[in-house]
Design a protein around this ligand. Structure first.
Ligand code: FAD
Length: 480
């Protein structure tokens, strides 16, 4: 029999349950990726499209090594699959589930249409440790608080193992219609702003495993102390690989458990647990979006529907460009623009600054991140923004407004992160680096900093804007 394996956000061969099942059942297999021309407001942004291009190229190379190749199509997914089925005489389609609201609705329709034509559809879990309907609280409801979610997940971890994929894949059928060339998908940018991305990333399964190895060999031991420090290269940077499914969470879990177990070092076991706890935030985010699908656009805490957000395009643009005059915010936004990634602590700081000090709606920030992050992920991004804005599940209370000056002093104490991204301030002494507007004129002159010329003056006064934010919160906190 001929089958189709529909790749989506699972761009890997290892631990791929749909691929494994298709290999077991079919004599001929067409691995296909369909670039959807859809009207979804959360269609992949520019940085994600760059990543996708390179990841598809890597996937095709890996398939060729195993005697197959990637078939590429573009269009409406249901119609593309119908055509491919008709051209190849396929009897079954396999895929791994996606749980974003638009993907769920689309998959349901496709499944119904294919079934009507007598085509079997088989779907699997490759993206999560446990799926949302399979991990509820004692009342059978979704968790809305992280700690109990994590506590009840922990005892389940030992039973989750990655699955093996056969080394040789079924061959392609002779008849299968026309496949597009990768370049024809037009995923790469027209203007070459992507040099920074090339320097930083290796999209694809091999790149993902290289990062995982670096985590285990060099970063895990000090992860608990270093993970909060943007100046230390202390986190795994696995997020884009996990988003595109070049690596699955069960694989990460297994390697962490093996590594910590083999070393028998309590420190490493503790660090492994801390790391898995972060990975569980990813699970939590995906479960929340599944149970509360409206939260991609609307606050989970409905009081925030009445929040007096400000419409301020100039400030939004300054934030996007990293020219707010607040060094930690600007450093983060420039890191994002150049590398497609930003450290988690700095993400919280820039998000707090946008939503609270500038009073701009969190969705404006979420959309910018969506276009510029290589790890843009609807579940994680929604959770991150709503958490910081104070309107999400288990969110930071609204009155917790990050102070970008003290955050920089605490988490980048010698200023190396700020100096890397803001060379125009590099000569300032540590004392003034995070708050150049308070530096004496002579110090600024000595460091070659001219406020308003070489580096912007602050867009807002941190204290006054904080008070305005708190007044906005006071106005809505008693709403129902
Ligand atoms: P590590 O510290 O090595 O963590 C390991 C993995 O755990 C990550 O790869 C990620 O998959 C997961 N993880 C860690 N922290 C979180 C978290 N807070 N929430 C959910 N998952 C987490 N992450 C994204 O993957 N995509 C996004 O679009 C995204 N948008 C965010 C927006 C805001 C405003 C904030 C505050 C956070 C956002 N995050 C997002 C979460 C977090 O910042 C990144 O996952 C993390 O910085 C990725 O770096 P890493 O892989 O080195 O993390």
């Amino acid at each position: 029999d001929t089958a189709i394996l529909w790749f989506r956000q699972d761009l890997r061969l290892a631990d791929n349950p749909a691929l494994r099942a298709a290999c077991r059942d079919a004599d001929r297999l067409i691995p296909v990726y369909i670039l959807e021309t859809d009207t979804d407001p959360w269609a992949p942004g520019a940085a994600s499209r760059w990543w996708l291009h390179h990841s598809l190229s890597a996937l095709d190379a890996a398939l060729r090594e195993r005697g197959s190749r990637l078939h590429l199509l573009q269009g409406e997914a249901g119609a593309c699959l119908q055509q491919l089925v008709a051209a190849s005489g396929t009897t079954a389609v396999y895929w791994n589930r996606r749980l974003e609201p638009a993907a769920i609705a689309r998959d349901r329709d496709i499944k119904a249409e294919l079934k009507q034509r007598g085509i079997a559809c088989h779907s699997f879990n490759a993206a999560l440790l446990v799926e949302p309907w399979d991990h509820l609280n004692q009342q059978g409801r979704p968790y809305r608080v992280f700690t109990p979610f994590w506590r009840s997940l922990q005892p389940r971890l030992d039973s989750l193992a990655p699955q093996r994929t056969p080394s040789q894949l079924p061959g392609l059928p002779r008849r299968r219609g026309h496949s597009l060339q990768l370049d024809a998908l037009g995923l790469l940018p027209e203007h070459d702003w992507d040099a920074g991305l090339h320097d930083e990333w290796q999209p694809g399964e091999t790149g993902a495993h290289n990062r995982l190895r670096t985590l285990l060999e060099r970063r895990l031991q000090r992860y608990p102390e270093a993970r909060d420090r943007p100046d230390a290269d202390g986190t795994s940077r696995l997020s884009p690989h996990l988003h595109f499914g070049e690596l699955g969470p069960r694989q990460v879990l297994a390697r962490i458990q093996q590594h910590a177990g083999a070393r028998r070092s309590p420190g490493l076991v503790g660090a492994g647990e801390q790391y898995l706890r972060q990975l569980a935030w990813r699970e939590f985010a995906h479960h929340l979006l599944y149970h509360f699908p409206e939260t991609a656009e609307r606050p989970l805490d409905s009081r925030f529907k009445a929040f007096p957000w400000r419409n301020d395009p100039d400030s939004l643009r300054a934030w996007q460009r990293g020219s707010t005059g607040i060094p930690l915010v600007d450093a983060g936004m420039r890191e994002l623009w150049h590398t497609g990634w930003m450290h988690n602590r700095v993400r919280m700081v820039v998000a707090s600054f946008l939503t609270k000090n500038l009073g701009i709606h969190w969705l404006e920030g979420a959309r910018w991140f969506w276009d510029t992050l290589v790890d843009a992920d609807l579940a994680n991004n929604t959770l991150g923004w709503q958490w910081t804005a104070g309107c999400g599940a288990d969110a930071a209370p609204f009155f917790r407004i990050f102070n970008p000056v003290t955050q920089a002093q605490k988490f980048d104490p010698d200023g190396s992160y700020l100096r890397r991204w803001l060379p125009e301030l590099a000569a300032l002494p540590d004392k003034w680096l995070a708050r150049p507007w308070e530096a004496p004129a002579a110090v600024l002159a000595e460091a070659g900093v001219e406020p308003g010329a070489t580096y912007p003056r602050p867009l807002v006064d941190l204290k006054a804007s904080r008070e305005r934010a708190l007044a906005g919160w006071d106005a809505i906190r008693t709403h129902n």
